[in-house]
Design a protein around this ligand. Structure first.
Ligand SMILES: *Cc1c(COP(=O)(O)O)cnc(C)c1O
Length: 331
């Protein structure tokens, strides 16, 4: 089975409306499309926030969610920043569980390389002209079986871009649709130049590494320290958070979060991108206008990156014991 990383219709998706005063009862809808007013704030002004996580089928047939509470908390943070009514952590988790349970047949089998991608989202709906918060909202969850975005552990190449995906004190740390629209031109430019993705620098000084396209960046130094950039405009990835934990608590590595100057890139023996969609991908080449750096360890199957990848994957698919609280069963 070789699933693409793309949208396909499944049995149902979850919808729950907020009428300006309270949440209405949520339900699973089998009709594929939504009907919303063309003057909805989500469509006209980008009042949209979302999450991305996956359901994994283990060898035992059971379906697992990975650190869903972290997604719930991040969603509430994003939703609040866009001045939308936030669901509770429990509402979020229940909505995801219900949707995955109703679509269990679509969770790919263990060992197929596939997972069920889960997309919770919130949009401002209802017609209005002023660019102000909407009165009406929809909280929804869509699920779809996917293959891998990048082949596991297949190295990628990056081009440092001159564009910014978010402002220094703007929306960068929130998972909102507008950040993605704002990164498309830069990503496309890198792809047209023959790279897999672009590397964003911090929007204030353009001296520090920020994010890999729409995934987090990490590097491993020669003395085995896990380093990941700190900046107010970086999205705090749950994959990255989990790798930091595994590195520190299980692999006995030092973990450091700090601004990472672009000039320091050659101090890393390994560099990589991580996120729910990208999983963990080694980077073998990073080009600026002036020079191209290469990372030969990217193809080493015994690299630290590969070991982190294998541990994470074995937790997610239920092959190894997870740290406490990381896995939620759906069935
Ligand atoms: C979602 C996202 C990530 C990865 O976060 P995970 O929780 O690991 O999936 C990284 N960067 C950006 C910009 C994102 O939107």
């Amino acid at each position: 089975m070789n699933l693409p990383f793309n949208y396909t219709k499944t049995k149902s998706h979850y919808v729950q409306y907020h009428n300006g005063e309270t949440w209405e009862q949520g339900h699973l809808q089998q009709k594929e499309n939504l009907e919303i007013n063309p003057m909805s704030t989500s469509l006209q002004y980008g009042q949209e926030a979302f999450e991305g996580l996956k359901a994994y089928r283990g060898q035992d047939g059971r379906v697992r969610l990975f650190r869903i509470e972290e997604n719930a908390k991040r969603f509430i943070r994003s939703v609040n920043f866009l001045h939308m009514p936030a669901p509770t952590v429990d509402m979020f988790i229940e909505a995801v569980k219900q949707t995955v349970f109703d679509n269990l047949d679509y969770v790919p089998p263990y060992d197929s390389g596939g997972t069920l991608y889960i997309r919770p989202y919130m949009i401002g709906i209802g017609g209005q002209l002023p660019p102000a918060p909407s009165k009406h909202y929809l909280f929804g969850v869509v699920v779809m079986p996917v293959g891998q975005l990048f082949e596991p552990l297949k190295p990628i190449s990056l081009k440092v871009t001159h564009f910014d995906r978010a402002a220094p004190n703007g929306t960068g740390s929130y998972k909102v649709g507008g950040n993605y629209a704002a990164s498309m031109y830069a990503q496309n430019e890198a792809k047209n130049a023959g790279y897999n993705d672009c590397l964003f620098l911090d929007p204030r000084t353009h001296e520090h590494i920020e994010e890999v396209g729409v995934a987090n960046f990490f590097g491993i130094t020669n003395d085995n320290t896990y380093v990941t950039p700190e900046s107010p405009s970086i999205l705090r990835g749950i994959t990255n958070l989990s790798l930091q934990y595994i590195a520190a608590e299980e692999f006995n590595m030092d973990v450091v979060k700090r601004p990472v100057p672009l000039e320091e890139l050659n101090a890393f023996k390994e560099v990589g991108a991580c996120g729910t969609a990208a999983v963990i991908t080694p980077i073998e080449k990073i080009a600026t206008d002036e020079q191209t750096l290469t990372f030969p360890e990217a193809t080493n199957q015994n690299s630290v990156t590969a070991k982190l990848h294998n541990r994470l994957k074995n937790i997610q698919f239920g092959d190894e014991t997870p740290p406490k609280g990381w896995i939620t069963f759906v069935n």
